[in-house]
Design a protein around this ligand. Structure first.
Ligand code: FAD
Length: 396
């Protein structure tokens, strides 16, 4: 890959940087990972307001084609965008599932009417999306799902339940996987439909994570009517559509994530925490651990760039996205666990206490970082995919 930016890309970076400097006061900056795991209504409103500001200025959906209201930015510019918003700790946008998953999936599979109906309101966050895949007994093996949809006139009537549905409590629409042909082999009897989350018969119950936040939910469907025109792709062949969404999810999770800042924060923490009566930083083994994290963060950065090079050559996101997802989420977890070691007894002090070091952010991060090794496919499943489909290892 050529690491030098073209004059056009340099101009893009300058324009974005200047816009962020003017429009994002220092007091409004957050660490996205902290925000994600402690979200109150007030924080959601704050994110919504920030989203609208970004959208009005044309900074939402920069990778989306212009015909759908995006900026048609190149992959390089998407990387620059991610670097710049990370650099200034901009609040995360709302409607991530709509922008990252539903929109691109509909662009590929939607009918002209579906594209016209749904796509314009995704970037503006006028309609928030959630993803109804996982069920209490179907997570990693999502194709075993049991939520049923039976045809009645112009409708599918849906009964069953979904779980871990992120943002369902804010959502207007759901990418919903349902079983429409129970007697078919499991991958061949699934359909992909769009459900209106305000329909009669839908109940959303928040699930509280160990962080104390409730970003995801259990969703119950009781005789919920979904118009047949909301079927995406072909009936009983929804698995093909579902896989498209998953590819976007895995290549998005962890991609463009730069951990260099987090490594620096860890080094700072080592300077203010004590080990055997001296700052932990004075201990060579501590410095070596941090240096190891710095090397892994750099390797991950280059891995992301390699992935980018493939995409620039025109290859679609493939199972290689699983490597980035696995390495990023596991590195994040190990760094946060190491912070707990540095903090020692202070690790137990919760955010909000005057005695909490760094306002208690490390404990919140540690508790939250396990989730990222599960969401979008667990680390074990990523290992399976890498072994099977990337390295093509023998099964025996
Ligand atoms: C923060 C967060 C947000 C989420 N948001 C959503 C969402 O918006 N929508 C949605 O539909 N889902 C969502 N999920 C659910 C997520 O996709 C599932 O949790 C995940 O796919 C794992 O499924 P499970 O929890 O049922 O675990 P299981 O599949 O029951 O797995 C349990 C354990 O067994 C291991 N295991 C399972 N199968 C294998 C295998 N074949 N080989 C080796 N090990 C295996 C797993 O790795 C895991 O350790 C979210 C999860 C989290 C944590």
């Amino acid at each position: 890959m050529d690491f030098n930016l073209s004059p056009e890309d340099e101009a893009f970076r300058r324009e974005l940087r200047e816009w962020l400097e003017v429009n994002l006061p220092v007091g409004d900056r957050v660490t996205p990972v902290d925000f994600m795991f402690a979200e109150s209504d007030e924080q959601w409103q704050h994110r919504l307001a920030w989203h609208r500001k970004m959208h009005a200025a044309g900074w939402v959906g920069i990778s989306w084609p212009r015909e759908y209201g995006g900026r048609g930015a190149s992959l390089i510019q998407q990387t620059i965008f991610a670097e710049e918003v990370n650099r200034v700790n901009a609040p995360p946008l709302v409607n991530a599932l709509g922008i990252m998953l539903a929109g691109p999936t509909l662009m590929q599979w939607g009918t002209p009417e579906q594209k016209q109906r749904y796509i314009p309101k995704i970037l503006s966050a006028e309609e928030i999306w959630c993803q109804g895949y996982s069920e209490p007994n179907s997570g990693s093996d999502v194709a075993s799902l049991q939520t049923r949809a039976i045809e009645e006139g112009d409708y599918f009537v849906v009964n069953g339940g979904k779980i871990w549905t992120s943002d369902a409590h804010h959502a207007d629409l759901c990418m919903l996987l349902v079983r429409t042909e129970p007697s078919a082999p499991k991958h061949q009897g699934i359909s992909y439909i769009v459900a209106d989350m305000h329909s009669a018969g839908i109940t959303v119950r928040p699930l509280v994570q160990m962080t104390g936040a409730s970003g995801f939910n259990q969703v119950f469907f009781e005789d919920v009517k979904v118009p047949k025109k909301n079927l995406v792709g072909v009936k009983n062949r929804g698995w093909e559509v579902a896989i498209t969404t998953l590819m976007f999810e895995r290549s998005g999770t962890g991609a463009f994530r730069d951990f260099a800042g987090q490594v620096r924060e860890l080094a700072e923490l080592a300077k203010i925490t004590m080990r055997a009566g001296r700052p932990a930083w004075a201990d060579a083994s501590v410095r070596q651990r941090i240096a190891q994290f710095a090397c892994e963060a750099a390797a991950l950065n280059y891995l992301g760039k390699r992935h980018l090079t493939r995409r620039l050559r025109g290859d679609p996101p493939g199972p290689e996205g699983s490597i980035t997802k696995l390495c990023a989420s596991e590195l994040n977890l190990r760094m946060n666990n190491f912070a707990m070691e540095l903090l020692g007894a202070y690790a137990q002090i919760e955010a909000g206490s005057p005695f909490a070091i760094d306002e208690g952010k490390w404990a919140a991060r540690m508790l939250g970082s396990r989730a990222l090794t599960i969401a979008g496919g667990t680390s074990e499943i990523m290992h399976n995919i890498i072994g099977d489909r990337v390295l093509r290892l023998p099964r025996e």
